[in-house]
Design a binder for this molecule. Structure first.
Ligand code: NAD
Length: 282
């Protein structure tokens, strides 16, 4: 099976490495030379131009709409008819709809295919993938997508996968802020977060924030989850813009999401620094 992967960052390289391990022939492209070296070391055939990565199934893993636009412009003329581009980047749903329309002009199917599970889930092939687009195209790509994702959910037409992902990440951002604030209350009242977490996780206040982020990355201070604060800020901004575009009030998630803008955390830092700052605040 021949698969092209464009964007060999935290997620793209983890997916490409997994595909190689599963016996796929993987063509990879990234603008960053260091990331290309890392991919070569994992058995990816790194190409010099994005169009040389053209294959019947493509996975994109890029930071924002602008990068996807540039890649699609160069890639579409090089792809075989009926190729499927599964875009695992988190984007504006409207951008996904634009890319799907542009692809269909070339006889290619573009699926919005954002993922959850982080680099560890990608490396293990256990991502959850939220698909927006044509059902027949999903079937054509299914055997390739199933190598990186155990949960493939067809949410709806173009853009629906991105709506699902933005809803998910707005909840993640909110849960993390809420957990940081509530654990701070406990600490100020005399019970340390280390004592509180096992209790919450055995009770009904638990979430991925309390079960994974706080015990694995925040309390030990490792901060190496592989997801940057800048990418989470982007996701939160996209979710707030989506809410505005459909006239949805966010009286709870809105102020929690604002914490991601207010926290003095560098975009390049791990995203767990934001709830850590909330926990450490007054
Ligand atoms: P990253 O910054 O580590 O990787 C992005 C890669 O894209 C970089 O290597 C960069 O050089 C490359 N790139 C940028 N523009 C390019 C172009 N025009 N052509 C080719 N390569 C280009 O980011 P990441 O953490 O891997 O995230 C990628 C996408 O996946 C983002 O949209 C993010 O929101 C989403 N995502 C990330 C995670 C995570 O845990 N890291 C989880 C789910 C979804």
């Amino acid at each position: 099976m021949r698969i092209g992967v464009v964007g060999l960052g935290q997620m793209g390289l983890a997916m490409a490495g997994r595909l190689v391990e599963q016996g796929a022939e993987v063509l990879g492209f990234d603008l960053d030379a260091g990331r290309c070296d890392g991919a070569r070391a994992r058995g990816v055939q790194v190409v010099a131009k994005v169009e040389q990565a053209a294959a019947p199934v493509m996975l994109l893993s890029l930071p924002q709409d602008r990068a996807v636009e540039a890649v699609m412009l160069a890639l579409l003329p090089a792809l075989p008819k009926q190729a499927v581009v599964a875009d695992t980047s988190t984007l504006d749903p409207l951008a996904a709809q634009r890319f799907a329309a542009a692809a269909s002009d070339w006889g290619v199917d573009y699926l919005d295919a954002p993922v959850s599970g982080g680099p560890a889930g990608a490396a293990a092939g256990t991502l959850a993938m939220m698909l927006g687009g044509d059902a027949a195209a999903i079937e054509r790509a299914r055997s390739a997508l199933a190598l990186v994702a155990t949960k493939l959910v067809h949410v709806g037409g173009p853009g629906a996968g991105q709506v699902a992902k933005l809803v998910n990440n707005l909840m993640v951002a909110t849960h993390l802020a809420v957990a940081g604030e509530a654990l701070r209350l406990g600490a100020l009242a005399g019970v340390a977060p280390e004592a509180l977490l096992p209790v919450v996780n055995a009770a009904s206040g638990r979430s991925a924030a309390t079960e994974v982020n706080f015990p694995r990355w925040i309390l030990p201070g490792g901060f190496d989850s592989g997801f940057s604060a800048g990418l989470m800020r982007k996701d939160v901004r996209l979710a707030l813009a989506l809410a505005e575009s459909v006239g949805a009030a966010l009286p709870v998630c809105g102020p929690a999401a604002a914490q991601w803008e207010a926290a003095q955390v560098a975009d390049s830092a791990d995203f767990n620094h934001v709830p850590a700052a909330i926990l450490g605040g007054k």
